[in-house]
Design a protein around this ligand. Sequence first.
Ligand code: ASP
Length: 322
Amino acid sequence: MSFVHLIGTGGTIASRAETGGSTVADSADQILGTIGLPTRVSVEDVLHINSFHLTFKDLLTIHRAVAAACKNPDVSGVVITHGTDTMEETAFFLSLLHDFDKPVILTGAQRAADQPNTDGPENLRHAVVAAGSPQMRGAGVIIGFEAQFHAARYTRKRHTLATTTFSGGTRVAQLYDNYLLRLATPNPYPVLDAPDASFGALDIPIIDASPNSNAKLFYAALENNADAIVLQGVGAGNAPPTFTDAVKAAVAAQVPVVLSTRVPTGPVAAIYGNGGAVTLLEAGALSAGELNTYQVRILLAILVSQQLPVETFRDTFAAQTS
Ligand code: ASP
C-alpha cells in the first residue's frame, strides 16, 4: 500500500515561543500528530532549524533524503516541512535535481505552532493529501500553501507576515477540501547532476547595484576568493558604470558573474549601454533571464561545484535561463 513520506526540517511550522523569540521545537511527528489524515505517512526528521540558518550542505542533506524516499516504490510523494524564509531556494535546488515522476511538496507556516490560529497543520494536511494523489504525478517540486500549489521555479515569498505569501511560479494545482484540481504541468528543464560535498563550501555573494553604489564590495569579494558573484542590477539589469570593470576583472580571474535584477518580474534584457545590461553582458556577465537573484544563485552554485569547462558551463547555464 502506498504512502507519503514526510521530511521535517524545522521552520515556523515547528516553532514555539521561548525567551528571546520563537525557535524550532517540534519534530515532524509532533506536527503530524495535530492533524487527522486520510493517507498513510512515514516520517523522518533530517534537520531541526529555521530556514534562515540553512547552509548549502543542508540543501544537499534534504536532496539526499528526497531522492532516497522517491526510490522507494511504495512512496507516492514527498512532503517537506520547512521554514518559509528560504523555502524558494530549497525548492528550486531540489527541482533542478529532481528526476522522478513523484511530487515533492514543500510547506510550512507563517504562524508558529503555539499560536491559536497557526496555519501550519492545515497547510501540512493539504500537502499530504496532494502528495498522495495520483493526479500530482509529474508535477515536480512544488511549494504548497493555503491549498495552492506552485512550481518551485519563479515562486517567491511575497509577504513577511500574511499567510498567503507564495506566488510567481506556475500554479500546478488547487485543493478544495479533499478535491484536488490539477491545473498545469510546469515546463520541463534539463535535470542537473547532484553536486558533491564541495558544494557545501562555496562562497557566492550577492552584490547590489543602486543609486550612489560602487564596486568596492565586488572587488572585496574577488580578493576574498569568492567562487562566483551575482550582481543584482536595477531595471532590466543595469548598474552604475563602475561595475563594468569589476565584471571584467572577475571574468579575467575565471570567477563567473551572473547579472540579475531587483525587479520582481520580467527578464534581464540588453537595452542600455554605458553600464547597462548591454555593457555588463559584453563584459562577460551571464544573464539570469527571468530567474530571480536568489534562485539563480542556487543554479550558479550547482554549476560552479561541477567544475565544468567554460563552454559547457555557459551552455548548461543558458539551458536553464532561456
Ligand atoms: N518565518 C520563517 C518560517 O516560516 C522562519 C524560517 O524560515 O524558518 O519558518
